[in-house]
Write a protein that binds this ligand. Structure first.
Ligand code: PHE
Length: 472
């Protein structure tokens, strides 16, 4: 335990930083499209149930483990298992996972940064050309944007927990909320917007099946930044006066609120652009939606608002998504940085250089794997086809490893660290927690069905992604 560990300066600082991590591209684009295609209001209900019944206990476990150990995930797994070699595997996974998720998230974030710069500088018409995205991701300029993005992330992290991460979240998160609300108000005043709202909210129970339920769970787990070591790390910077349970509830509420509100922006925008759209046919990928479909919608505003007005709305949208991406990126890169600082006694600067330089190299390789370099584009064969380096990183670290990490943290906390210690940590700063219904629920769920489901999802995802076979 280090006496001089950095800390968040206030409870709201922790909440905004954790919410900054949770609110990301997944909330703003992935969630609305998923919800619209998979039963609208019915999906929202399933999603909300997963957040409360499934994700909240894991969130409490991660934050408590981190606050107790005051270490990065590697140190936390060691401290809670009294130095067991076996359990340090979990710690290593919780360091490598955010490193690799950080790599693929950087690639998508740098594209968003580029689109932001281009809308601000008057290139909206170029972005709206359906062929532009494919050409852009294979152009040399992506490396410049990668460099600019790296400088931004590194300068925030160099400021440390309070003056870097917390300050950035306190500036960007309120701005993000304001821009989101502004966009929703604007979109709802457009023709046909209400058709989108209806499509988004009216429940269609017939769409709910096992695949949709599995998808809702995966989306909820990813959205709250679970299984990535982030909440262990942020928990280790939390002071011992605040209640973990009430802070976590606020983070989950903010994250879900933003995802829900984003639906009121995306779906009405799609319907007002094309009232006959069949959302079932919208692409599954958030990438296609952000980078090819939405620019067309923004350009269509030219008719009523002029080119400058349309570019302004597009700039606000990309700034909003960029802020969401940047606060998530900062949180995920802090995990390996904290790991290097803790385990190798490095200064923040040394850790940032080590992690920063190596990550830029791997991210640049992923950036070049969309056609620029053939050996990276056709990197491996699995799941019935040739995959790029980016695909491999995405398939392995986005949906496969996260449930495994979630399973490991549940097992560590329930069976190695023991529930009594978890309860004790959760009672600090929260006298009402002792004996509460939540306490009983957390204890039972974390040692029974939550890890079982996570293990099942892990096995099923490996079978599906790499062998083309599903258990459900
Ligand atoms: N919650 C983020 C999202 O919805 C997920 C994430 C967090 C991804 C941190 C990367 C880093 O996009």
């Amino acid at each position: 335990m280090t006496a001089s560990r950095e800390q968040f300066g206030s409870r709201i600082g922790f909440i905004l930083a954790a919410a900054g991590s949770a609110v990301g591209i997944g909330n703003l684009v992935g969630f609305p499209v998923n919800a619209a295609k998979n039963g609208g209001g019915a999906f929202l209900l399933v999603y909300a149930l997963f957040i409360v019944l499934f994700c909240l206990p894991v969130m409490l476990a991660e934050i408590s483990a981190g606050r107790f150990s005051r270490r990065s995930p590697l140190g936390t797994y060691q401290a809670l298992s009294s130095g067991s070699k076996f359990w340090s595997i979990g710690g290593w996974l919780a360091l490598i996972t955010p490193y690799m998720v950080g790599v693929f998230y950087s690639v998508i974030s740098l594209w968003i940064l580029a689109y932001l710069v281009m809308t601000v500088t008057g290139d909206l018409a170029t972005l709206a050309n359906p062929d532009f995205f494919g050409t852009f991701i294979n152009s040399g300029s992506v490396f410049i944007y990668l460099g600019v993005l790296a400088v931004m992330v590194i300068s925030i992290l160099q400021g440390g927990v309070k003056d870097g991460i917390e300050r950035a979240a306190k500036t960007m998160m309120p701005a993000l909320f304001l821009m989101l609300i502004g966009m929703v108000i604007f979109v709802l005043t457009q023709d046909n917007a209400m058709a989108g709202v209806r499509f988004y909210l009216i429940p269609d129970l017939s769409k709910i099946n096992m695949q949709v339920i599995n998808g809702a769970m995966g989306q909820a787990f990813f959205s709250l930044s679970l299984g990535m070591g982030i909440l262990i790390t942020y928990g280790s910077y939390m002071d011992r006066k605040a209640s973990i349970a009430s802070s976590s509830k606020l983070v989950a509420l903010t994250d879900t609120g933003v995802a829900f509100t984003a639906g009121l922006m995306i779906l009405p925008a799609i319907f007002s652009f094309n009232p006959d759209v069949n959302p079932d046919e919208l692409s599954d990928s958030s990438v296609a939606l952000i980078f090819t479909y939405l620019p067309k919608i923004f350009l269509a505003l030219e008719g009523t608002m002029g080119y400058t007005g349309a570019s302004f709305v597009a700039s606000i949208f990309f700034l909003l998504v960029f802020f969401a991406a940047l606060t998530s990126l900062v949180s995920i890169i802090e995990v390996p940085v904290a790991g290097v600082m803790d385990s190798w006694n490095a200064s923040r600067k040394q850790a940032l250089i080590k992690i920063g330089v190596t990550m830029i190299v791997v991210a640049a390789a992923c950036t070049a794997s969309f056609g620029m370099v053939d050996s990276l584009t056709n990197f491996v064969e699995y799941g019935g086809g040739s995959k790029s380096l980016f695909d491999l990183v995405y398939d392995t670290f986005y949906d496969t490893i996260l449930p495994l990490n979630g399973f490991l943290i549940c097992m560590l906390v329930s069976f190695r660290w023991k529930k009594a210690n978890l309860d004790k940590e959760l009672e600090i700063g929260d006298p009402n927690y002792k004996g509460s219904l939540l306490e009983r629920y957390v204890n039972i769920s974390l040692e029974t069905f939550i890890p079982l489901i996570l293990l099942f999802v892990f096995v099923d995802t490996v079978l599906l992604k790499f062998f083309g076979y599903s258990l459900i």
